[in-house]
Design a protein around this ligand. Structure first.
Ligand SMILES: Nc1ncnc2c1ncn2[C@@H]1O[C@H](COP(=O)(O)OP(=O)(O)OP(=O)(O)O)[C@@H](O)[C@H]1O
Ligand SMILES: [Mg+2]
Length: 467
C-alpha cells in the first residue's frame, strides 16, 4: 500500500484529504506543519512514497520544507498545493524538485491522478535502481569498474589467477587502476586474511631500497643500531605488491629473483637465510620487455614475474566504460562533499567522451571532483569542466574536421602511392582498435573479411590466422 504524508496547517483541508485518500486505500499520515513533518521523517517512521504539502504555511513554508525533504529523502515525490495567486512560487517549487502542483480549489480525484503519476515515477526509479545495482555487480571486480571487453577480460584473468600462488605482473599507464587490480588479486585469494604490503620501488631512494625491502642486522652499516625487519618479511602469509618494479636497481633485482625462486633471502649484513611465504604482485607503467632489451631489467626476473600478465587498458581505449565510471565516481564524490549532483549533462559527457585522458581514471576522478565542487546546479555541466579539457577536445575535433590540405605542384603526385600509405595507416589503426582481430578490424573499416585479408597481404601486414 502506498503511503502519503499530508502537510497542511489548515485543519479542514488536512481532514478532508486524510479521509478522502484513506477511502482510496492509501496509507495516510498527517502533519500540521513542516517542522512536525520533518521531525517525523527524522524518526524511525518509514519514509512516505509521496508528500502532499501546502505552499503557504506559517513557520516554515512549502518551499523551505521541500528543499529540506528533498535532501533527506530524495526519492520521495513531493506534490505542492497552491492558491491560484501563488502559481509562480509553485513553478519555482518544481524547479527545486517538486513532482507537480495542484491549484486550489481542486477536486479530490484530480489530486489522486497526480499522486498516481508520482507513484508510477517512484516505482520506475526504484526498478532502475535495482537494475543498476545488478549491473554494477556484474560490471565490477573489487573496486575496479568496467563493462568493456578489455576490462571484462581483466576481471576474468584476475578471477582465475587470484586463487593460485603464481606471480602476477600488472602493466598499464599511470592511473589505469594497477593498484586496484593488485588489491583485487589479494582480496580474492586464500591469503585475503593476511597482510597486503605495498612497496613503491620508485619512491624509496636507491641506497635505502635493499634495507627497506629485506631489513638489516645490527651493525650492518653505520647507523644500523638494531636489527630491523624488512617489508618483505612483513608480507609473510600475505601478498607483496611491488609497485613501479621497473625502478628497482639491478643488484636488488638479483635478491628479489632469489626470493622468487627459493622463497628465501638474507637481511643486509645477515648470514642466515630467512624464509617467507609471500605472493608477489608487481606493477609497472613502463614496457618491461623494452627495459629488458635495454639492459635495465633482468631478463630472468622478468620471466619469473611475468607468469601471468594483466594489462590494464588506457581509458581512451575503453570509452564505453565512461558512463559507468562517471556514475560510480560521482556517487562516491557526492557522498564526500554532501551535494546532490546525480549526473553529467549530455554536452559535458560528450566532451569527456572526446578527451584522451592521459592520466586515465585518476584524471577522470580529479575532473569530476573539481566539477562537483564548482557546480551549484543538479547536473555537472560543461562550465565546471577544466577549460584545458574543453579546449583540447575542441582542438582535436577541429583537426579531425579539417580537410586534408591538398596541393599539387607541377612535379605531380603519386596518387597510388599516397592512397596506399593512407590505406596502410587505416589498416594498422583498425587492427590496433580491434586488438589484432582481423574480422573485427574489417567490421570497423566497413569491408569484408576477404577484402581485409587481401589488403593486409598487399601491405605485407600478414598476421597470424584468427582462431
Ligand atoms: N577500473 C576502475 N574503476 C574504478 N576506479 C578506478 C578504476 N581504475 C582506476 N580507478 C581509480 O583511479 C585512481 C587510480 O587508480 P590506481 O592507483 O589503482 O592506478 P595506478 O595504475 O596504480 O596509477 P599510478 O600508475 O599512477 O600509480 C584510483 O583512485 C582508483 O580508485
Ligand atoms: Mg599506482
Amino acid at each position: 500500500m502506498a503511503s502519503i504524508l499530508i502537510v497542511d496547517d489548515e485543519r479542514s483541508m488536512r481532514e478532508f484529504l486524510e479521509i478522502f485518500l484513506r477511502r482510496r486505500s492509501y496509507e495516510v499520515r498527517v502533519a500540521e506543519n513542516a517542522v512536525k513533518a520533518l521531525e517525523g521523517l527524522n524518526g524511525t517512521e518509514v519514509e512516505p512514497d509521496v508528500i502532499v504539502a501546502d505552499l503557504r504555511m506559517p513557520e516554515m513554508d512549502g518551499i523551505a520544507f521541500l528543499k529540506e525533504a528533498k535532501t533527506r529523502i530524495p526519492d520521495t515525490e513531493v506534490i505542492i498545493i497552491t492558491a491560484f495567486a501563488t502559481t509562480d512560487t509553485a513553478i519555482e517549487a518544481m524547479r527545486l524538485g517538486a513532482y507537480d502542483y495542484v491549484t486550489k480549489p481542486f477536486k479530490g480525484d484530480e489530486l489522486v491522478i497526480v499522486i498516481e503519476k508520482a507513484l508510477e515515477k517512484r516505482t520506475l526509479r526504484r526498478e532502475n535502481l535495482a537494475l543498476r545495482r545488478e549491473l554494477t555487480k556484474k560490471f565490477s571486480f573489487g573496486n575496479l569498474v568496467g563493462k568493456s571487453a578489455p576490462m571484462q577480460e581483466v576481471f576474468d584473468l584476475i578471477r582465475k589467477a587470484a586463487p593460485t600462488k603464481t606471480s602476477i605482473l600488472i602493466e598499464g599507464e599511470s592511473g589505469t587502476g594497477k593498484e586496484l587490480a593488485a588489491r583485487a588479486v589479494h582480496f580474492n585469494s586464500p591469503r585475503a586474511g593476511g597482510p597486503f604490503v605495498v612497496i613503491n620501488c620508485g619512491a624509496i631512494p636507491e641506497n635505502l631500497i635493499e634495507s627497506e625491502l629485506f631489513g638489516y642486522m645490527k651493525g650492518a652499516f653505520t647507523g644500523a643500531f638494531a636489527n630491523k625487519v624488512g617489508l618483505v618479511e612483513t608480507a609473510n602469509n600475505g601478498s607483496l605488491f611491488l609497485d613501479e618494479i621497473g625502478e628497482l636497481p639491478l643488484p636488488v633485482q638479483v635478491k628479489l629473483l632469489r626470493l622468487l625462486q627459493e622463497k628465501t633471502f638474507k637481511r643486509v649484513g645477515g648470514v642466515d637465510d630467512i624464509t617467507v611465504d609471500a605472493r608477489i604482485i608487481a606493477a609497472t607503467n613502463r614496457d618491461l620487455k623494452a627495459e629488458v632489451a635495454a639492459g635495465r631489467f633482468r631478463e630472468d626476473l622478468f620471466y619469473r614475474l611475468n607468469v601471468i600478465m594483466v594489462r590494464l587498458p588506457p581509458l581512451r581505449e575503453r570509452l564505453d566504460d565512461l558512463p559507468l565510471l562517471v556514475d560510480s565516481i560521482l556517487k562516491r564524490v557526492v557522498v564526500d562533499c554532501g551535494k546532490t549532483i546525480g549526473d553529467v549533462a549530455a554536452d559535458a559527457m560528450e566532451i569527456l567522451a572526446g578527451y584522451a585522458f592521459p592520466g586515465n581514471v585518476r584524471e577522470l576522478e580529479n575532473i569530476l571532483e573539481r566539477g562537483v565542487t564548482l557546480e551549484s546546479g543538479p547536473h555537472l555541466t560543461v562550465k565546471s569542466l577544466p577549460q584545458s579539457v574543453v579546449d583540447e577536445v575542441a582542438r582535436g575535433r577541429a583537426k579531425g574536421a579539417e580537410p586534408r590540405a591538398v596541393e599539387i605542384t607541377t612535379d605531380g603526385v603519386d596518387l597510388e602511392g599516397l592512397l596506399g600509405t593512407y590505406e596502410r595507416e587505416l589498416l594498422v589503426a583498425a587492427l590496433k582498435t580491434a586488438g589484432g582481430v582481423r574480422k573485427e578490424a574489417a567490421r570497423l573499416l566497413g569491408i569484408t573479411f576477404r577484402s581485409m585479408r587481401y589488403r593486409l597481404a598487399k601491405h605485407g601486414l600478414a598476421v597470424e590466422d584468427d582462431v
